[in-house]
Design a protein around this ligand. Sequence first.
Ligand code: ADP
Length: 244
Amino acid sequence: MIEFQQVNKWYGKYHALVDVTETIARGEVLVVCGPSGSGKSTLIRTINRLEEIQSGHILLDGKDIHGPGVDVNALRSGIGFVFQQFNLFPHLSVLENCTLAPVHLGRLTVAEAREKALALLDRVGLAGKANVHPAQLSGGQQQRVAIARALVMNPPLMLFDEPTSALDPEMVGEVLLVMRDLARDGMTMVCVTHEMGFAREVADRVLFMDHGKVLERGTPDDFFNRPQHPRAQKFLSDIRTPFS
Ligand code: ADP
């Protein structure tokens, strides 16, 4: 579904993605991990062109999405993106947050969008919160709204960029469970996350990045139990807390 071919990106002189070549299959759940500043967020943001690349190609269903003539708005409207910060509109109700894009883009009528949004809010456990404003919700609830909002557009692909990093610890689980259910339903997902328990349980494959390079890729079993690259071995030993 997604093919990175020798992708390079620089921020000024800083080489943020180095010759990334990867294939992500339809229905696959990929977790991207690695130390802070290794290029994980940059990598995921190139898939919906929130970041431009300087060389190489990224194909989505065979189409070069960084090529000339690509309608970036159309591209983005077909890819669900969940950020660390939930980015909900504070002046709109939960339901209005979810219906805004499909109605604005002419994909659904108001009635259709409401029906779909209510079903998705139910799916993320927030059926009773449709008419409140984001400020009345906890962080975990807001992030679940953000996931429902992304799903209203029926995206074939969902990108998650550290979706639980801004949450208080007790709210992380509820968001991860929604993500797990989405994965079980067959959604193609690329997730940047530090939640290694989620990676172990839910990922089909783990990518490990450092200094803009993908150094290791493999099943969670291989990655966590038999990491090959010394940097991956060090990363895994560093994230083990001294108290466990
Ligand atoms: P990660 O998600 O793994 O923490 P990022 O992709 O956010 O890493 O960042 C990779 C590197 O690129 C970091 O060194 C970061 O400082 C740098 N970087 C990220 N965004 C920008 C930017 N907009 N301008 C300049 N440098 C950036």
